[in-house]
Ligand binder design. Sequence first.
Ligand code: FES
Length: 231
Amino acid sequence: MAEKVKQSGGRRIISQAEADALVAKSGVDPTSRTRVGKTRERLPMNRREFLAYATAGSLAVLTALGLGTIVSPNSDDDLVAQLPDDGEWIPGGFAYPRIKVGEFGGKFILTRTPDSYTTEEAPELNAAGKFYVVKVQKDDLVSTNNGDVGADLGDTYLQAIYQVCTHLGCLIPFQSAENRFICPCHGSTFQRSSNYVLGPAPRNLDQFPVTIEDGVIVVDTGKKATGLSHA
Ligand code: FES
């Protein structure tokens, strides 16, 4: 029985068999992407395809750069240099702060010479480094939980005392009239050498290591030495 030809909205609707026959008759491979009337000719990349390839390529490059940043250590970084593993790759290396010389957390190179400090003068504040430089007699040297971290000058020592109170973290000023560090928050009081005197603070003021390198004073604010507890 002959297939019934359907009409819809003025268009002739043909069966699948008829469609296949028409394609076969035209000689066009229905699976190939061709320009109408020109069989087997590959079409050039259109704008959408180009953007898709460009985006994918950019993402691949950015991903590679990101992974390199994540796992590759900065060999100039003091904190990375302290890591026990000297390997080329450190997972999570991106998390280590990049601290430069002269920034809190890094090394500070002081301009005054060790001999220019006296044991009588008021502690000298280095605001950027958040520490006071104090010269003390050898007998007045204050040790820390990391041992003696002041610079040995013979009869005297140079100490770098952290400016933050060991009670609740207020910045602590030196009161020259009292010859004491006295915290404005709750009154904790410390000797010029960082020793605890009175108040709610649980321990001496913290210190940073001081070294003399080629006659120059270097304070390393990346290695805080906590003060000894008085309890
Ligand atoms: Fe210094 Fe409380 S924060 S005494």
